[in-house]
Design a protein around this ligand. Sequence first.
Ligand code: MD3
Ligand code: FE
Length: 216
Amino acid sequence: MTPDLFADQPIEVTTERLSEGAIVLRHFASAQAPDLLSEIEHITTVAPLRHMKTPGGHSMSVAMSCCGCWGWITDAKGYRYQAEDPCSGAPWPIMPPVFASLARSAALAAGYGDFTPNACLINRYEPGAKMGLHQDKNEQDFSQPVVSVSLGLSQVFQFGGLTRSARPKNIPLAHGDVVVWGGPSRLRYHGVLTLKAGAHPLTGACRYNLTFRCAR
Ligand code: MD3
Ligand code: FE
């Protein structure tokens, strides 16, 4: 691993295994964070962050947008991937090369070679926003991992089991942390607790999470 140097502080990447197939790479995205955030800025100018409605009619507290060939959406008809942004009817913005290469190198560092994501979901949490326990199962091939990148304020991630009833472990995710979920952990239940108010030098009052998937 090449530690990137800020003016005087080396950023050390450390790895923690959460369970079989699930690996946290602390600080893995720290050096690229400013570039990732400027790409988020651009993408969300074209495909604005929005509070989508669940099939049950509730508005999600997290604001979402997407880039790549496929975007994840939810509305009255259900949860699915779609090639067009329903707000504009246009294809989702392309996945920036810095997104794709970061996701690929994180997957490789976690033992998953040849990861080529074709969907990236951008989640923005403001104070009070959360995501309840769920499984990511709208993708076609569960042999491909999911890579998540946290930016900005820290938020407590809930790492559950393969059934909804398993008590989740709480794991704080901080700016620059990357998590790779594959193998037997790919279908684990997970969520995030309510974001607390705070201020981050690069994102202000919010947290962004990027999740990279192979949708098809
Ligand atoms: C474990 N996002 O977008 S990232 C999601 O912080 C989502 O925005 C959360 O859950 C967030 O679907 C959590 C961590 C994560 C993402 C995908 C997973 C954990 C996962 C897929 C399988 C198992
Ligand atoms: Fe998820």
